[in-house]
Design a protein around this ligand. Sequence first.
Ligand SMILES: Cc1cc2nc3c(=O)[nH]c(=O)nc-3n(C[C@H](O)[C@H](O)[C@H](O)COP(=O)(O)OP(=O)(O)OC[C@H]3O[C@@H](n4cnc5c(N)ncnc54)[C@H](O)[C@@H]3O)c2cc1C
Length: 414
Amino acid sequence: MPRDGDETTTTRKRDLRTGDPVWAGSPHSTLRRRRRLPSERYDVAIVGAGISGALVAHALADGERRLLMVDRRPPLCGSTLASTALLQHEIDVPLEALGRAIGRAPAARAWRRSARAVEELAALVREAGIACGLSARSALYLAGDELGGRALRSEAEARRAAGLEAEFLDAAALRARFGLEREAAILGRPAAAANPAQLAAGLIRLAQGRGLTLVSPLEIADVLPVGDAVALATADGRLVSAGAAVFCTGYEFLERLASRRHDVLSTWAVAVRAKGRLPAWLRRTLVWEASDPYLYLRTARDGSLIAGGEDEEGPGVHDDGARLARKAATIAGKLEALLGLELQEPHHAWAGAFGTTSTGLPLIGAVPGLDRVYAAMGFGGNGITFSKIAADVIAAELAGRPDPDADLFAFPRE
Ligand SMILES: Cc1cc2nc3c(=O)[nH]c(=O)nc-3n(C[C@H](O)[C@H](O)[C@H](O)COP(=O)(O)OP(=O)(O)OC[C@H]3O[C@@H](n4cnc5c(N)ncnc54)[C@H](O)[C@@H]3O)c2cc1C
């Protein structure tokens, strides 16, 4: 059972087909919730009690607004619980590639905004005193079958030119400093790691002290602007009215909110201990690679390695127990090969779904054609960072002072 912070202390061998994320049952991650709607009128209704909903609620809770958060499951049981919670500013699509897709200046702005979001999220956690084991890290991006040494050198230059911290390491420097055998790497900052369940629960608890009511389980089946408000229909036939609605429903979304730019992938993760000691640098460094399929890893505070990857298209394939055991073995094998270490059996293995877009950028903001309805979706590997941006963009919009970077993430008018 995990202890305080991002602890994972279980060592007994588990049935990997059960698929519990390592954070399930973390202390301080349970929340006070109501089963029934105490009122039918709110200033803002937030649909989804994951990290996006938590950050939005925290940003909007001012002690005056009447905020409602609903979830069709118990809170924090969506992809937030499955997240390996590497908090990175690096977007899945490299800066140079994003520049080719959307233009160099907007791409640089998106990457800088992402870096700012990581710093601001860490500051928020510190200032609010949320116990979620958050620790600052560097991120080591290894050359792989998608980007080799030359491409990484050029990517590092592009990042520095955009004002980001990116140190290029050739094979010799990488070997000397990290003992890893790859053609090259980029060492970047800012980055961090945390327990995502404790992080989201801490934010929701703070918002509950400032006007947020959490109701769960309650499913929203439809949404429609009516006059100067939004009507939300619940799956059990009731209506809730709100001045605005914010959909933070992760990879699931109502038909009305579907976007052609948004896709859903399944992904797998393990938590595992090494048989020997881990190199000291690993405690300070997140690792990921420019490969497809890719591997990424971090340490937890108890010294376990948390690693993931092996993504496949489709939201449903992650439910397959036999596939989970296979993917867990593949991830553990890749870890051993990369780090040159022998590992124990994984003590947790799990899978989940997450949304992606072709640019790697999330979709955040007003939903075209639905007044006063906002959504945050299409999060890739650095979804938590994007959830922070979503909270800031949507809070600014509701305050009537649009965020200067809102255009980067806006829903296309299809
Ligand atoms: C295995 C895995 C590893 C990951 N690793 C990382 C990582 O290292 N770093 C990172 O930044 N990101 C990572 N991600 C992505 C990240 O976890 C997600 O981007 C993030 O958790 C999304 O949070 P969310 O609040 O938007 O969605 P969710 O946490 O999925 O929450 C959405 C909630 O909405 C509820 N809901 C849906 N529809 C309705 C409805 N109609 N009515 C009521 N409620 C509804 C759901 O029940 C759910 O609780 C990972 C994801 C997975 C699956």
